[in-house]
Write a protein that binds this ligand. Structure first.
Ligand code: AMP
Ligand code: ZN
Length: 114
């Protein structure tokens, strides 16, 4: 499922070109266009879910399996791209009050000058 006005959905479908650090059937990993650290990657599920709030609704099905896979993959990508060692920060912003600006769930991986 993709959302027509979503910039990450456009990147996922190739409408907006963005080189991949990693891609499989469920996720892409790209470089952030405005890096907040020496290395700043974004791990993005291909399925459009707006935020953690939407991923874990008070009623109905949650995205636990997808989120678990996202965390597992983030460690793999961090190792493969030499963020680990030395280490990195993982961040998920949720909602406007949490600094979220793109409403398609994503995990920031930040390393160096964080
Ligand atoms: P957030 O503020 O947590 O929603 O993070 C959204 C991130 O997406 C920001 O760090 C932006 O710099 C980044 N971003 C927005 N547009 C693009 C793009 N076309 N390619 C790569 N990163 C982007
Ligand atoms: Zn989207």
């Amino acid at each position: 499922m993709s959302s027509i006005d979503c910039i990450f959905c456009k990147i996922i479908t190739g409408l907006i070109p963005s080189p991949r650090i990693f891609e499989d059937d469920q996720f892409i990993c790209i470089r952030d266009i405005q890096p907040q650290a020496k290395i700043h990657l974004l791990l993005i599920p291909k399925h459009h879910v707006a935020s953690l709030d939407e991923a874990f609704p008070t009623q109905g099905v949650s995205y636990s399996t997808m989120l678990a896979r996202m965390m597992e993959l983030s460690v793999q990508i961090a190792r493969e791209n030499h963020l680990l060692p030395p280490g990195y920060r993982s961040v998920i912003n949720t909602g406007k009050g949490g600094g979220q600006t793109v409403f398609h769930l994503h995990l920031h991986l930040l390393s160096g000058d964080v």
